[in-house]
Design a protein. Structure first.
Lengths: 249, 311
């Protein structure tokens, strides 16, 4: 059984980003970059399925610049077998990424594609669902538990009022939520080993996929910021102030 | 030229985020039809027909629709999408799962989590957990939009739109439902509550969470929220999580007990009118956005607050 895990290189989740003063976008120069945390959870799940003997081949794919090889190497160090970089210097929209991934899926014929529910940079939450629709495959978003056998996969999903469990036919697309697993730290030997694992680079432009932008970014700006208010000394003062300023308590 | 709005519901009640998404849908300047896809969901269709500004309700019945199966709902939307210039949904679990499928099939780039409508094709949406906002203009022939409900007011119930039945043949090869757990609560809904009391890692246990956070919430008629840390630790169920990947809310009053205030949590509630933070750590980042901060042990401060409340 083969699993594909698409991963995205994003600004590290601990870095506070800054918007360029001219409104042209977010300043990305010299920021610490990392694998999108939700995608990291997807890599971990695929590697666990491989360690359990359910999967035999885990292929990680990133659509991005040359530097995205670093996050692919990190995923290989976590235990993925092979990596593919679909290289492009353009920041592509989710629809274009889904089309490029469809090309890879058609070539590789995996039984499962598992990826993060959203990337923490654009927060779009689209690629997995778009890929499933383009392939005509079943999908389960926001997975918090996965049980898999040869023909089907049972996925517990986090939904607005609780949990829903779906049984999907394979092949299928699953997107991960926070509580699916806790990704491992790669050990030094596995980081060394990952350097020897196969990593193929294919230019996105060579695949005949329409990746033109559909959304024009008019401007990017900082949201109105909140300022710290006052510190109160005790619960009694807090109540006095809330009662004075709000009519709801 | 008409806009289609997908209703979010539980087959009995129209959910509040749909009323807010309607406000955004009406800003596109076209008439709005509401699609109610459910099972035994006639009551929802009736509620939708009473929404102010809606000109027609489309009502389709099937068990897969009632279970919220994305493959079924997206197929239904696609079967009627050529009559619409825009398809809109609230960015709920169902909306987020269904709409990108529709967009991909129509070869449209979806605009996710819209927080402002600037024109018929131009929108604001937050990126980087709300640390930046982008204004984007769609160049596609159709608009596919999800709406961040907390950014818009809820449409009133004062209309009487006609309800039209739609035929829907079950899609072959859709996922089947293998289980469902649903929280039932007498408390106000988290996404529409005027007051929310939230608990974090500082509560220490699910018993304390219930004893302190839930008790205060029930005393003041509030909904209960939680930080990711509290949910991960098992103190609170996943549907209570507030933040970048949990619920995004904008109550009048948000009271945070023992929540440190990670940016991913603040992303979910920074539009609250008034923020109260009680935390024993004076350096907790949450104090930087709090209107009223109280550095205190929450296990002492919360009972005192309840005593003051009774006065």
């Amino acid at each position: 059984m083969k699993i594909i895990v698409p991963i995205k290189r994003v600004v590290d989740s601990n870095v506070k980003i800054r918007v360029r003063v001219d409104g042209s976008g977010v300043e990305l120069a010299n920021l610490k970059m990392a694998i999108n945390p939700y995608d990291e959870i997807a890599v971990e799940e695929a590697v666990r399925l491989r360690e359990a003997g359910t999967a035999t081949d885990v292929l990680v794919i990133s659509v991005g610049p040359t530097e995205a090889q670093q996050v692919l190497r990190s995923a290989l160090a976590m235990g993925a077998d092979r990596a593919l970089l679909i290289e492009t210097e353009m920041a592509l929209e989710p629809l274009a990424v889904a089309k490029l991934l469809k090309w890879a899926v058609t070539v590789e014929q995996p039984d499962l594609v598992i990826l993060g529910r959203q990337a923490i940079d654009d927060d779009c939450n689209q690629v997995g669902q778009m890929l499933a629709a383009l392939l005509g495959w079943q999908q389960a978003t926001f997975a918090s538990k996965i049980v898999m056998n040869k023909e089907e996969i049972v996925v517990a999903r986090e939904v607005d009022d609780g949990q829903q469990t779906l049984r999907l036919d394979l092949p299928a697309v699953v997107t991960t939520d926070l509580r699916l697993n806790e990704p491992r730290y790669a050990s030094l030997p596995s980081i060394m080993k990952a350097k020897k694992k196969p990593l193929v680079v294919t230019p996105a432009a060579s695949l005949g996929v329409d990746t033109a932008h559909r959304l024009e970014i008019v401007r990017t700006f900082e949201p109105a910021s909140r300022k710290a208010g006052i510190k109160v000394t005790d619960a009694a003062e807090l109540m006095v102030r809330l009662r004075a300023e709000l009519n709801i308590i | 030229m008409t806009t289609l709005l997908l209703a979010d519901h539980d087959n009995a009640t129209l959910k509040d985020p749909t009323r807010r998404a309607l406000t955004a849908a009406l800003m596109l300047g076209e008439s709005v039809h509401v699609l109610v896809a459910g099972e035994n969901a006639a009551a929802v269709a009736n509620q939708a027909s009473a929404l102010q500004g809606v000109t027609k309700v489309l009502h389709a019945e099937a068990s897969s629709l009632g279970q919220g199966i994305s493959e079924a709902i997206s197929a239904l939307i696609l079967s009627i999408s050529d009559q619409y210039t825009a398809v809109v949904a609230a960015a709920t679990a169902v909306g987020k799962s269904v709409m990108p499928r529709v967009a991909a099939k129509l070869d449209v780039m979806q605009v996710s989590e819209v927080t402002a409508v600037l024109g018929s094709d131009t929108f604001e949406r937050p990126i980087y957990a709300g640390n930046a906002v982008q204004a984007v203009r769609s160049k596609d022939k159709k608009l596919i939009i999800t709406v961040r409900a907390s950014a818009f007011a809820a449409a009133e119930f004062s209309g009487t739109a006609p309800i039209q039945k739609l035929c829907f043949k079950e899609e072959p090869c859709t996922p089947s439902l293998a289980g469902r757990t649903c929280s039932t609560s007498e408390r106000p809904e988290l996404t529409s509550a005027k007051i929310v009391v939230s608990g974090g890692r500082g509560l220490g246990s699910s018993e304390n969470f219930e004893k302190v956070v839930a008790t205060l919430a029930d005393k003041i008629g509030a909904a209960v929220g939680a930080s990711r840390a509290a949910v991960d630790a098992g103190f609170a169920p996943n549907e209570w999580q507030v933040g970048q990947t949990g619920k995004i809310i904008a109550p009048d009053l948000y009271i945070a007990l023992g929540v440190s205030g990670a940016i991913q949590h603040i992303a979910g509630m920074k539009d609250a009118k008034t923020i109260v933070v009680i935390n024993s750590d004076p350096d907790a980042p949450f104090f930087q956005v709090a209107d009223y901060g109280l550095v205190a042990d929450l296990f002492e401060a919360t009972p005192q607050f309840l005593e003051e409340l009774a006065k």
